[in-house]
Design a protein around this ligand. Structure first.
Ligand code: GRF
Length: 227
Protein backbone atom coordinates (compact mmCIF):
# COMPACT_ATOMS: atom_id res chain seq x y z
CA UNK A 1 0.00 0.00 0.00
CA UNK A 2 1.38 3.41 -0.86
CA UNK A 3 2.05 5.95 1.89
CA UNK A 4 -0.40 8.81 2.31
CA UNK A 5 1.08 12.31 2.42
CA UNK A 6 -0.53 15.44 3.86
CA UNK A 7 0.81 18.73 2.49
CA UNK A 8 0.54 21.87 4.65
CA UNK A 9 0.58 25.19 2.77
CA UNK A 10 -0.22 28.87 3.37
CA UNK A 11 0.10 30.41 -0.08
CA UNK A 12 0.15 29.83 -3.81
CA UNK A 13 1.19 26.23 -3.49
CA UNK A 14 3.63 25.76 -6.36
CA UNK A 15 5.56 23.21 -4.29
CA UNK A 16 2.27 21.47 -3.50
CA UNK A 17 1.69 21.34 -7.26
CA UNK A 18 5.13 19.79 -7.82
CA UNK A 19 4.32 17.13 -5.21
CA UNK A 20 0.91 16.47 -6.80
CA UNK A 21 2.45 16.23 -10.27
CA UNK A 22 4.98 13.71 -9.01
CA UNK A 23 3.10 11.55 -6.54
CA UNK A 24 -0.43 11.69 -7.96
CA UNK A 25 0.40 11.32 -11.63
CA UNK A 26 -1.91 8.85 -13.29
CA UNK A 27 0.78 7.13 -15.36
CA UNK A 28 2.64 4.96 -12.99
CA UNK A 29 3.13 3.64 -9.53
CA UNK A 30 4.72 5.91 -6.98
CA UNK A 31 5.42 4.88 -3.41
CA UNK A 32 3.05 7.49 -2.02
CA UNK A 33 0.17 9.81 -2.81
CA UNK A 34 -0.78 13.28 -1.66
CA UNK A 35 -4.00 12.38 0.15
CA UNK A 36 -4.76 15.59 2.06
CA UNK A 37 -3.98 19.32 1.93
CA UNK A 38 -4.14 21.43 5.09
CA UNK A 39 -3.95 25.21 5.14
CA UNK A 40 -4.22 27.79 7.90
CA UNK A 41 -6.38 30.14 5.81
CA UNK A 42 -9.16 29.96 3.19
CA UNK A 43 -9.08 31.36 -0.32
CA UNK A 44 -5.49 30.58 -1.24
CA UNK A 45 -3.98 29.08 -4.37
CA UNK A 46 -2.99 25.87 -2.61
CA UNK A 47 -6.65 25.05 -1.98
CA UNK A 48 -7.54 25.60 -5.63
CA UNK A 49 -4.75 23.23 -6.59
CA UNK A 50 -6.04 20.59 -4.15
CA UNK A 51 -9.56 20.99 -5.49
CA UNK A 52 -8.36 20.68 -9.11
CA UNK A 53 -6.41 17.53 -8.26
CA UNK A 54 -9.39 16.01 -6.46
CA UNK A 55 -7.48 15.83 -3.18
CA UNK A 56 -9.42 16.42 0.05
CA UNK A 57 -8.49 19.58 1.91
CA UNK A 58 -9.14 21.18 5.23
CA UNK A 59 -8.58 24.69 6.61
CA UNK A 60 -7.33 24.52 10.20
CA UNK A 61 -7.25 28.05 11.58
CA UNK A 62 -4.55 28.80 14.10
CA UNK A 63 -4.80 32.51 14.93
CA UNK A 64 -6.22 33.24 18.37
CA UNK A 65 -6.90 29.58 19.24
CA UNK A 66 -5.43 27.68 22.19
CA UNK A 67 -2.62 25.45 20.95
CA UNK A 68 -4.24 22.32 22.39
CA UNK A 69 -7.30 22.84 20.19
CA UNK A 70 -5.12 23.14 17.11
CA UNK A 71 -3.16 20.02 18.09
CA UNK A 72 -6.33 18.05 18.66
CA UNK A 73 -7.93 19.08 15.37
CA UNK A 74 -4.72 18.56 13.40
CA UNK A 75 -3.94 15.10 14.81
CA UNK A 76 -7.55 13.96 14.49
CA UNK A 77 -7.60 15.09 10.85
CA UNK A 78 -4.27 13.43 10.00
CA UNK A 79 -5.12 10.21 11.78
CA UNK A 80 -8.63 10.14 10.29
CA UNK A 81 -7.09 10.22 6.80
CA UNK A 82 -4.42 7.62 7.60
CA UNK A 83 -1.60 10.06 6.93
CA UNK A 84 1.92 8.60 7.16
CA UNK A 85 4.01 11.60 6.11
CA UNK A 86 3.56 15.36 6.41
CA UNK A 87 5.22 17.74 3.94
CA UNK A 88 5.28 21.44 4.81
CA UNK A 89 5.33 23.47 1.60
CA UNK A 90 5.25 27.17 2.23
CA UNK A 91 3.38 26.71 5.52
CA UNK A 92 3.98 29.87 7.51
CA UNK A 93 2.92 28.67 10.97
CA UNK A 94 5.03 26.89 13.54
CA UNK A 95 3.66 23.35 13.79
CA UNK A 96 2.80 22.56 17.44
CA UNK A 97 5.38 20.37 19.19
CA UNK A 98 2.87 17.58 19.86
CA UNK A 99 2.13 17.29 16.13
CA UNK A 100 5.85 17.35 15.29
CA UNK A 101 6.46 14.59 17.85
CA UNK A 102 3.64 12.45 16.45
CA UNK A 103 5.31 12.61 13.01
CA UNK A 104 8.92 12.42 14.20
CA UNK A 105 11.15 11.54 11.23
CA UNK A 106 8.11 11.70 8.92
CA UNK A 107 7.58 15.46 8.63
CA UNK A 108 9.56 17.48 6.08
CA UNK A 109 9.93 21.14 5.08
CA UNK A 110 11.47 22.92 2.11
CA UNK A 111 13.47 26.09 2.63
CA UNK A 112 14.63 28.37 -0.20
CA UNK A 113 18.29 28.66 0.89
CA UNK A 114 21.18 26.48 2.02
CA UNK A 115 20.46 25.88 5.71
CA UNK A 116 21.68 26.39 8.37
CA UNK A 117 22.35 29.81 6.79
CA UNK A 118 19.43 32.15 6.18
CA UNK A 119 16.87 30.21 8.21
CA UNK A 120 14.93 30.76 11.42
CA UNK A 121 11.87 32.65 12.53
CA UNK A 122 10.87 35.41 10.11
CA UNK A 123 13.13 34.06 7.34
CA UNK A 124 10.70 33.23 4.57
CA UNK A 125 9.86 34.28 1.04
CA UNK A 126 11.64 37.25 -0.44
CA UNK A 127 13.33 38.07 2.88
CA UNK A 128 15.52 35.01 2.51
CA UNK A 129 16.72 35.97 -0.96
CA UNK A 130 17.27 39.60 0.07
CA UNK A 131 19.47 38.43 2.96
CA UNK A 132 21.45 36.13 0.65
CA UNK A 133 22.11 39.02 -1.75
CA UNK A 134 23.00 41.43 1.08
CA UNK A 135 25.52 38.91 2.41
CA UNK A 136 27.20 38.82 -1.00
CA UNK A 137 26.76 35.07 -1.43
CA UNK A 138 27.75 33.63 -4.78
CA UNK A 139 25.69 30.47 -4.30
CA UNK A 140 22.29 29.88 -2.76
CA UNK A 141 20.05 26.85 -3.08
CA UNK A 142 17.22 24.83 -1.64
CA UNK A 143 17.11 22.57 1.42
CA UNK A 144 14.71 19.78 2.33
CA UNK A 145 14.91 18.87 6.00
CA UNK A 146 13.07 17.00 8.70
CA UNK A 147 11.00 19.22 10.96
CA UNK A 148 11.80 19.56 14.63
CA UNK A 149 10.32 21.87 17.22
CA UNK A 150 12.24 24.96 16.06
CA UNK A 151 12.24 26.84 12.76
CA UNK A 152 14.47 25.36 10.04
CA UNK A 153 16.78 23.41 12.35
CA UNK A 154 15.91 19.73 11.79
CA UNK A 155 18.28 17.24 10.11
CA UNK A 156 18.94 17.97 6.45
CA UNK A 157 17.74 15.38 3.92
CA UNK A 158 18.90 17.03 0.68
CA UNK A 159 20.25 20.29 -0.70
CA UNK A 160 20.83 21.57 -4.19
CA UNK A 161 22.89 24.62 -5.17
CA UNK A 162 21.67 27.55 -7.25
CA UNK A 163 24.05 30.25 -8.47
CA UNK A 164 23.63 33.89 -7.54
CA UNK A 165 24.10 35.86 -10.77
CA UNK A 166 25.27 39.44 -11.30
CA UNK A 167 22.31 41.79 -11.28
CA UNK A 168 20.08 39.39 -9.36
CA UNK A 169 17.21 40.87 -7.39
CA UNK A 170 15.49 38.95 -4.58
CA UNK A 171 12.76 38.16 -7.11
CA UNK A 172 15.01 36.80 -9.88
CA UNK A 173 17.03 34.74 -7.41
CA UNK A 174 13.84 33.49 -5.76
CA UNK A 175 12.42 32.37 -9.09
CA UNK A 176 15.64 30.46 -9.90
CA UNK A 177 15.61 28.76 -6.49
CA UNK A 178 11.91 27.92 -6.82
CA UNK A 179 12.53 26.01 -10.05
CA UNK A 180 15.00 23.79 -8.17
CA UNK A 181 12.63 23.43 -5.21
CA UNK A 182 10.05 21.89 -7.52
CA UNK A 183 12.58 19.23 -8.59
CA UNK A 184 14.22 18.66 -5.23
CA UNK A 185 11.20 18.32 -2.96
CA UNK A 186 9.45 15.40 -4.69
CA UNK A 187 12.74 13.51 -5.07
CA UNK A 188 13.84 14.10 -1.47
CA UNK A 189 10.46 13.11 -0.08
CA UNK A 190 10.39 10.00 -2.25
CA UNK A 191 13.88 9.06 -1.01
CA UNK A 192 12.76 9.53 2.63
CA UNK A 193 9.63 7.42 2.10
CA UNK A 194 11.61 4.65 0.37
CA UNK A 195 14.38 4.88 2.95
CA UNK A 196 17.10 4.99 0.26
CA UNK A 197 20.63 6.27 0.85
CA UNK A 198 21.59 9.42 -1.05
CA UNK A 199 24.54 9.04 -3.40
CA UNK A 200 27.12 11.14 -1.56
CA UNK A 201 29.46 11.52 -4.52
CA UNK A 202 26.71 12.70 -6.87
CA UNK A 203 25.47 15.14 -4.23
CA UNK A 204 28.96 16.54 -3.77
CA UNK A 205 29.58 17.03 -7.47
CA UNK A 206 26.31 18.96 -7.79
CA UNK A 207 28.07 21.80 -6.04
CA UNK A 208 30.75 21.89 -8.73
CA UNK A 209 28.33 22.07 -11.62
CA UNK A 210 25.66 24.45 -10.46
CA UNK A 211 24.32 25.83 -13.71
CA UNK A 212 22.20 28.93 -13.96
CA UNK A 213 19.03 27.49 -15.38
CA UNK A 214 19.34 23.77 -15.20
CA UNK A 215 16.78 22.14 -12.92
CA UNK A 216 18.77 18.91 -13.37
CA UNK A 217 15.98 16.46 -12.58
CA UNK A 218 18.00 13.36 -13.46
CA UNK A 219 21.00 14.49 -11.47
CA UNK A 220 18.83 15.15 -8.45
CA UNK A 221 17.25 11.71 -8.63
CA UNK A 222 20.64 10.03 -9.12
CA UNK A 223 22.15 11.95 -6.21
CA UNK A 224 19.28 10.90 -3.98
CA UNK A 225 19.78 7.27 -4.94
CA UNK A 226 16.48 6.95 -6.78
CA UNK A 227 17.76 6.00 -10.26
C1 GRF B 1 8.90 28.25 -1.15
O1 GRF B 1 9.95 29.09 -1.54
C2 GRF B 1 9.35 27.37 -0.01
O2 GRF B 1 10.71 27.09 -0.04
C3 GRF B 1 9.05 28.20 1.19
O3 GRF B 1 7.86 28.89 0.89
C4 GRF B 1 7.75 29.03 -0.53
C5 GRF B 1 6.40 28.48 -0.89
O4 GRF B 1 6.07 28.70 -2.22
N1 GRF B 1 9.00 27.38 2.39
P1 GRF B 1 4.85 27.93 -2.87
O5 GRF B 1 3.60 28.29 -2.05
O6 GRF B 1 5.13 26.47 -2.81
O7 GRF B 1 4.76 28.45 -4.25
Amino acid sequence: MSARIAVFASGGGTNLQALLDHFNRPDGPTPARVALVITDRPGIGALERAERAGVPWRVIGVAGRPEEDVVHETLATLEGEGIGFVALAGYLRRVPADVVRAYHGRMTNIHPALLPAFGGKGMYGVRVHRAVLEAGCKVSGATVHLVDEEYDTGPIIAQWPVPVLPGDTPETLGARVLRIEHRLYPAALEALILGVEPNAEALATAFCGCEADAPAPEEIRRALGLD
